[in-house]
Design a protein around this ligand. Structure first.
Ligand SMILES: *[C@@H]1O[C@H](CO)[C@@H](O)[C@H](O)[C@H]1NC(C)=O
Ligand SMILES: *[C@@H]1O[C@H](CO)[C@@H](O)[C@H](O)[C@H]1NC(C)=O
Ligand SMILES: *[C@@H]1O[C@H](CO)[C@@H](O)[C@H](O)[C@H]1NC(C)=O
Ligand SMILES: *[C@@H]1O[C@H](CO)[C@@H](O)[C@H](O)[C@H]1NC(C)=O
Ligand SMILES: *[C@@H]1O[C@H](CO)[C@@H](O)[C@H](O)[C@H]1NC(C)=O
Ligand SMILES: *[C@@H]1O[C@H](CO)[C@@H](O)[C@H](O)[C@H]1NC(C)=O
Ligand SMILES: *[C@@H]1O[C@H](CO)[C@@H](O)[C@H](O)[C@H]1NC(C)=O
Ligand SMILES: *[C@@H]1O[C@H](CO)[C@@H](O)[C@H](O)[C@H]1NC(C)=O
Ligand SMILES: *[C@@H]1O[C@H](CO)[C@@H](O)[C@H](O)[C@H]1NC(C)=O
Ligand SMILES: *[C@@H]1O[C@H](CO)[C@@H](O)[C@H](O)[C@H]1NC(C)=O
Ligand SMILES: [Ca+2]
Length: 820
């Protein structure tokens, strides 16, 4: 019923606007043809698939996402096919995979192996000629995929170190049998590599079938084997994944229904010489990598600097995201970062080289640096999550990073003890150039705290700009609607109920509050998104993360982030903007330029003085920031939205909120309210409790306010003086380098300290005192010692020379050179 209503309303709307020729326009869908489409948008929404506007062609599929490695069998819903049809599914208009029709007439496709993540358009043909049905498939990074959709490699340590001293035996793997519809399966090894000259046009990725470990196995969900060392050419593949598929397929057949393991370093499959002396083998590889790195361009100065503290790192959610490998929320299992409790990764890859950044923190919240600890964070030549436009190294999600940053770590740090080579090329970034973002928030019966810290209340009903950045292309719009009181009547205040945003030509993201348990609904270009299969979505020009239905994070390429929370029936929206937005913002969250006095710039350019302005004047200011039909990013897909917001003025002049509330000790809510609403911000809590007649709403406002205050505290800039080296022939004590930190120095036996024995990081970012040296306390001893040493050396060289000359008579010179 409800869906029908929406569809009907949408059609009416389209019809009207098309008749008026106001919004009808010619846009190109991926289906190729130019078509006149009906759209509420003033501009063509760039679509990756035609579903949003060509609803009649759109396919619903289940599951809608799966690993980038392919092999997921998905069912096409909403369409029945003829039993005898042979389906061909074509992805990205280039990769064709065989589909089929099942006994119920339902069509199936197999997802292909892709070198990219995100929404992949596909078309289906049932006659082999015309591809007349369209949909999109979501390709997911293997590491971000839920473990139940993968082949699990039991005992990761054993797989990781197989063939190194003391590690061997039987390897085991398991999978969920329902992922493969066959009684008999085969287990294959596939390898990944990159060919061609790095950073040239011919730098290309390659997945290849290597060999079959076992076929004709019962599909009972487990397989174990004792791996044998491989021989050339297979042994040259060092990264790969195990694939389990139908036994009836020919070996190595592409794009068949399959389950893949996580991509991993193939220790267990390496050549015999690795097993004989893994240390020497790994050192040799490590040195070759070192040589390679010296010849590749330096990407380090291009990566974003790390936040100085754990608090900053966890609050700067527009630019940094939890590293799944070391997460304080998941018990801090930090295999590659001993000593760290939490790591984050830079969300965006660096502009030119597509490099990544990682930042790790210890339990005191301080950075863990490679120059002090083997558990330090390391930057990445290839961003782990890949980066648009993907497809080519070093932007292929996951695997490019494995080749350049992880295998080399195995060579230098895990399979041999030569980590200094690795850290030379992958040093942690200290935080001397890090600048925390600024945050503004709209919450409760909308209260606003601007980027520069002005707080005010604006209870207009309508749709408004929260942030407008004419030169940066970022727009965030908010919709408000009257609060519902507990007895069902509408109150004289409003609350935020939807948010719509985009940056330049990105997908439009809309987040709406639903009536159901504070769940948020997320739309992309007016179509609802689902987070049921994964919490992270790579979309066009934007990433969206939502691990619980009450929390949504939207991240844009400029580093701007929007955090949405649903709480007690209201929505709170925090916008985080990096320094690049300085003096670039307008709208309800104010002009961000470190000066609170000029925050409330009206749409006509006049500045409203925030401190002396009456609520009425502030109301006028807010009303001025209403959007228009033409600039609206919102979706109007219900009769209510059409009538109340689309066909109506964007700021409702009839709605007059309560500007003042009266606290009455005789009010039955008074006692409870006084308990909930205390401390700074208690006025917001009281106002909301009284206008909504709801303690829940007041409490939610209180929580939102407190939470914003703690984000503000987390984001306070911190001075860093940078890393200090220990003196030669001495030690240092202390590995924190922020304002107030002290580092103490001492010298080895036989040396005395010159310079400062203790240095303090000062407010100006400089260390107090002077550089510390350790000098020998016995200068004569050194002189005598070195004379003696030189003499010994001369004697030794002479001895060897004589020895050699003797040998020369019997041995070939070439051998001697080698021996020396
Ligand atoms: C498509 O299929 C889904 C799931 O079976 C169903 O919920 C939905 O109503 C269908 N939509 C249409 C337009 O048929
Ligand atoms: C994992 O493998 C290692 C090395 O073979 C072995 O020592 C350890 O006991 C195994 N752990 C488990 C839980 O089986
Ligand atoms: C296997 O997958 C099926 C279907 O997705 C699911 O219902 C089942 O719980 C899974 N079994 C295990 C052991 O995870
Ligand atoms: C990084 O370093 C390279 C050379 O070392 C230099 O050409 C480039 O301009 C630097 N880039 C930045 C952003 O500092
Ligand atoms: C967005 O557009 C602005 C202005 O056209 C430009 O300066 C900026 O680089 C663009 N941002 C992105 C991420 O493309
Ligand atoms: C709901 O409560 C408000 C405030 O207490 C009151 O003004 C209003 O009349 C009530 N509405 C109904 C339908 O009872
Ligand atoms: C959701 O957001 C709230 C408030 O920011 C936070 O306390 C909570 O941990 C978040 N939940 C998850 C699962 O991230
Ligand atoms: C800030 O922006 C305003 C309006 O765009 C401009 O007039 C002013 O000069 C800018 N101030 C600075 C310091 O750039
Ligand atoms: C928005 O467009 C609709 C349809 O064209 C129109 O009825 C309505 O008045 C417009 N709203 C405003 C505020 O102009
Ligand atoms: C206020 O809200 C928080 C978080 O939703 C909840 O944990 C707390 O119990 C609430 N307090 C009251 C007094 O309702
Ligand atoms: Ca300002």
């Amino acid at each position: 019923m409800w869906t029908e209503k929406i569809t009907f309303a949408f059609k009416v709307l389209c019809l009207l606007s098309c008749i008026a020729k106001v919004h009808a326009q010619t846009c190109e869908g991926h289906c190729g043809q130019k078509q006149e489409i009906c759209s509420c948008h003033a501009t063509c929404v760039p679509l990756q698939n035609c579903c949003a506007d060509y609803r009649q062609f759109c396919l619903e599929i289940s599951p809608y996402s799966g690993t980038m490695f392919g092999g997921t069998d998905f069912t096409v819903l909403n369409v029945t096919f003829h039993h005898s049809s042979k389906l061909i599914c074509r992805f990205n208009r280039e990769i064709e995979t065989d589909g089929y029709v099942d006994g119920d007439g339902r069509g199936h496709c197999i997802s292909p192996l892709l070198y990219e993540t995100g929404w992949i358009p596909f078309d289906i043909s049932s006659d082999g000629v015309t591809y007349n049905r369209h949909g999109s498939w979501l390709s997911v990074h293997s590491g971000k995929l839920d473990p139940e959709f993968k082949v699990t490699l039991e005992n990761a340590t054993q797989w990781q170190y197989y063939g190194t001293p003391g590690i061997g035996g039987t390897l085991r793997m398991t999978w969920n049998t329902s992922l493969i519809s066959a009684d008999k399966v085969k287990v294959e090894l596939w390898g990944y590599r990159e060919l061609g000259e790095p950073y040239s046009d011919n730098w290309l990725p390659e997945w290849k079938y290597l060999y079959t470990l076992e076929s004709d196995l019962p599909n009972n969900g487990k397989f174990s084997f004792v791996p044998k060392p491989s021989k050339k050419p297979f042994s040259e593949w060092e990264l790969g994944s195990v694939r389990v598929s139908h036994s009836s397929n020919s070996d190595g057949k592409w794009n068949v229904q399959a389950v893949w393991s996580e991509d991993h370093a193939l220790a267990w499959h390496l050549e015999e010489s690795f097993r004989q002396d893994s240390n020497a083998w790994a050192l040799d590889k490590c040195l070759k990598w070192d040589e390679l790195e010296r010849n590749l361009p330096n990407f380090l100065n291009e990566t974003i600097d790390c936040p100085c503290t754990l608090a900053q790192a966890r609050a700067d959610t527009g630019r940094f995201h939890t590293d799944y490998g070391c997460d304080i929320e998941k018990g801090s299992v930090c295999t590659y970062h001993p000593g760290s409790v939490h790591c984050v990764r830079a969300i965006q890859a660096s502009p030119k080289y597509a490099a990544g950044q990682q930042c790790c923190y210890d339990s005191t919240g301080a950075q863990v640096l490679t120059s002090d600890s083997i558990g330090g964070s390391t930057p990445d030549r290839g961003h782990d999550w890949g980066s648009p436009p993907y497809k080519k190294p070093p932007r292929v999600p996951g695997v490019s990073h494995w080749l350049y940053d992880v295998l080399s770590f195995y060579y230098c740090c895990l399979w041999s003890d030569n980590c200094h080579y690795y850290f030379t090329h992958r040093p942690s970034s200290d935080c001397r150039t890090y600048q925390a973002p600024k945050a503004g928030i709209a919450f409760g019966d909308p209260h606003f705290i601007t980027f520069d810290g002005i707080t005010y209340t604006f209870n207009g009903k309508g749709e408004y700009y929260l942030v407008l950045t004419p030169d940066k292309g970022l727009t965030v719009q908010g919709r408000t609607e009257p609060v519902k009181q507990e007895n069902g009547s509408l109150g004289k205040a409003t609350r935020l109920s939807a948010l719509a945003m985009k940056e330049n030509a990105s997908d439009v993201i809309e987040v709406r509050l639903t009536d159901h348990e504070d769940h948020l609904q997320v739309l992309r270009n007016q179509e609802a998104l689902s987070f049921s299969q994964q919490s992270w979505l790579d979309l066009k020009g934007v990433f969206v993360f939502s691990s619980v239905p009450q929390n949504v994070t939207v991240m844009f390429p400029t580093g701007a982030g929007v955090e949405v929370r649903a709480r007690g029936g209201a929505m709170a929206a925090t916008v985080l903007l990096p320094r690049e937005f300085h003096n670039q913002t307008l709208g309800l969250l104010g002009r961000m330029n470190d000066d609170p006095a000029d925050d409330l710039v009206s749409s006509d350019g006049a500045v409203v003085p925030s401190d002396q302005s009456s609520p009425e004047l502030l109301f006028k200011f807010g009303a001025g920031w209403a959007i228009t039909n033409e600039t609206s990013l919102f979706t109007y897909d219900t009769e209510h939205l059409l009538n109340t917001y689309y066909f109506a003025p964007k700021h409702d002049p009839e709605f007059v909120p309560a500007f003042y509330v009266h606290e009455d000790p005789n009010d039955p809510l008074y006692a409870e309210m006084s308990k909930i609403c205390f401390g700074p911000g208690s006025w917001f809590c009281k106002y909301d409790t009284l206008t909504s007649r709801s303690l829940g709403m007041g409490n939610a406002t209180h929580v939102s306010f407190q939470s914003h205050m703690s984000i503000m505290t987390d984001l306070v800039p911190v001075v860093s003086c940078g890393w200090l080296a220990p003196p030669k022939n001495g030690q240092k004590e202390g590995t924190t380098y922020l304002e107030g930190a002290k580092v103490k120095f001492s010298c080895n036996k036989g040396y005395v300290l010159s310079g400062s024995s203790e240095r303090t990081c000062q407010m100006d970012g400089q260390w107090s005192g002077e550089t510390t040296h350790c000098v020998s306390d016995n200068v004569l001893g050194i002189v005598l010692g070195s004379v003696f040493a030189s003499m010994a050396l001369i004697t030794m060289i002479a001895t060897i020379a004589i020895h050699n000359r003797k040998q020369k008579r019997t041995a070939a010179q070439i051998e001697l050179k080698g021996g020396l």
